[in-house]
Design a protein around this ligand. Structure first.
Ligand SMILES: Nc1ncnc2c1ncn2[C@@H]1O[C@H](COP(=O)(O)OP(=O)(O)OP(=O)(O)O)[C@@H](O)[C@H]1O
Ligand SMILES: [Mg+2]
Length: 502
């Protein structure tokens, strides 16, 4: 333990930041002690990532004073942050996919040109980091593009280990990690803490915060509203501080929906390389959940159905029409829609406006004689902004300026606008705060009540149990039988996800 006279590892006082008329931070205080894991929590758009960008020298604050180990710290750019021992793992990955694991680990800290690795000292550094991570798939010479999202996230975390950081910031680190990768991460955190390194941990999973963090700071609307020791706080009290009110129901009651005719039927569907031999039937009015470990083939299944990945064998039947596989535009015409796992790769057009993104799937209602009518489009966009409480300056703001969770909400609203009959949702609440999750669950229930069919992939088991009619578990590309949600428990889902159906 440090002596009482020692300065905190990090002190941020009265930090303010505006983006035009929008006040992102209005006087934030954050104090992180040496060797502690400090959770930074708050709703989507509360200012967590912006505050960390100020710390990293990526965003210049309008006001405020920073100190690291007692010394004044005023970063003018990322190089200053690195020099001060601050390592950032951002919410959106920043790796170079065409470079190797080893190259990515030391990227940006090389004095040499990009891509070129000096022989001896950096090899040792890379090997030391990979030994800590201890994951066989992270071979030094493997291209990052070949890794799945969870392994990429670990490489990103490895970058923070690659030089001797005093303070590591993890912005939603577990959102794409498998259970095994998450325990690797927890191990890394333990090790850093034992070495006296401080960690700022941003997460929307409050159970996780309870597990890994020592203390917490809650941001609401760009201001610090609560600070405390995690062991003295319940999940409910953290939620209350974040949202500003009690949140009683995590899973709103579903409006009644009668199970209707089959809308989507898969028979022996096999992809390249996953899934293998998947059969399932999804009915009107039904919400069907797909559980399984990250990498089990759930994303590949949705992508194959939606025409984004090749189909090797089997058939897809949409509303009675049977075929082996069709390109995505044909699937959209058949009434399928998808929210993909990766916002960045096939999700949003970040440079385009919120309104354009929301209405991209179907601009026809707003065009007359080939001209888009912006007023009508903006009015429509505003309805989605209100319905999903999307935090934005307005329909004209570029989507790339929105916070991570708000971008995810746009991806969902866009699918609503498409008015698809069959909704394929891959981790729909990833990065979404607790309050907005409830709104998304409510929407899913309403869609089912309207006779739509919803297929949800989620790694968050309480969510599947809370919103689905039936749940099936995928294990190594094979899908077990779909059973009523009431017949499952978290333990049973996890068991089948790990070992396969009995
Ligand atoms: N470059 C930018 N230009 C304009 N506005 C921005 C920019 N960056 C952030 N903002 C705004 O600042 C506010 C805070 O965003 P921030 O990304 O810090 O939220 P967050 O707490 O990290 O949310 P999330 O949980 O969704 O990741 C949001 O309203 C966001 O739209
Ligand atoms: Mg963020």
């Amino acid at each position: 333990m440090r002596a009482m006279s020692e300065a905190p590892r990090l002190e941020m006082r009265g930090v303010e930041k505006r983006f035009g008329a929008l006040v992102a931070l209005s006087g934030v205080d954050l104090v992180v002690e040496a060797g502690e894991v400090h959770a930074l929590i708050g709703q989507n758009g509360a200012g967590k990532s912006t505050l960390m960008k100020v710390l990293a020298g990526a965003v210049a604050a309008d006001a405020g004073a920073l100190r690291i180990d007692g010394a004044p710290y005023a970063p003018r750019g990322p190089a200053d942050a690195i020099a001060a021992g601050v390592a950032m793992v951002y919410q959106e990955l920043n790796l170079a996919p065409d470079l190797t694991v080893a190259q990515n680990l030391v990227l940006g800290r090389e004095s040499s040109r990009l891509g070129w690795l000096r022989a001896a000292p950096d090899r040792a550094r890379v090997e030391r980091v990979l030994a800590v991570l201890a994951r066989p798939e992270l071979a030094p010479d493997r291209r990052v593009a070949e890794l799945d999202p969870g392994a990429r996230q670990l490489v990103e975390i490895g970058r923070a280990l690659a030089f001797d950081a005093r303070l590591v910031v993890l912005d939603e680190p577990t959102s794409s990690l498998s259970a095994a990768e998450t325990s690797t991460l927890y191990g890394v955190i333990e090790r850093l803490r034992a070495d006296g390194v401080s960690i700022v941990y941003i997460s929307h999973f409050l159970e996780e915060v309870k597990r890994v963090a020592d203390r917490y700071t809650v941001l609401r609307d760009g201001a610090t509203v609560a600070v405390g020791a995690v062991r003295d706080a319940s999940v409910g009290s953290l939620v209350e501080a974040m949202v500003g009110r009690r949140l009683d129901e995590a899973y709103p009651p579903r409006p009644p929906s009668a199970r209707g005719a089959p809308l989507l039927a898969l028979d022996g569907l096999a992809g390249e390389p996953l899934p293998s031999q998947v059969s399932l039937t999804l009915h009107r009015g039904e919400v069907l959940g797909l559980a399984g470990l990250v990498g089990a083939g759930r994303t590949e299944l949705l992508r194959a159905v939606f025409g984004l990945a090749p189909v090797r064998a089997g058939t897809v039947r949409v509303a009675g029409v049977e075929d082996r596989g069709r390109p995505t535009p044909a699937r959209v015409r058949q009434g399928l829609g998808m929210v993909s796992e990766d916002r960045k790769e096939e999700g949003l057009a970040l440079a385009r406006s919120v309104a354009e993104n929301l209405t991209l799937s179907s601009a026809r209602p707003f065009s007359r004689g080939g001209w888009v009518r912006p007023a009508a489009r903006d009015a429509c966009a505003q309805r989605y902004i209100d319905a999903l409480s999307i935090k934005t300056r307005g329909p004209a703001q570029p989507a790339g300026e929105l916070s991570g969770g708000n971008q995810q909400k746009i991806a969902i609203a866009r699918l609503l606008h498409q008015d698809a009959d069959v909704l394929l949702l891959d981790e729909p609440t990833r990065g979404v705060d607790v309050g907005s999750k409830v709104e998304i669950y409510r929407l899913i229930g309403e869609l089912a009540a309207k006779g739509k069919a919803v297929l949800v992939v989620s790694s968050y088991l309480p969510e599947l149990l809370g919103v689905c009619d039936r749940i099936a578990v995928m294990h190594r590309g094979r899908l077990g039988p779909a059973r009523p949600a009431a017949e499952w428990t978290e333990g049973a889902l996890l068991d089948e996800a790990t070992r396969g159906a009995a």
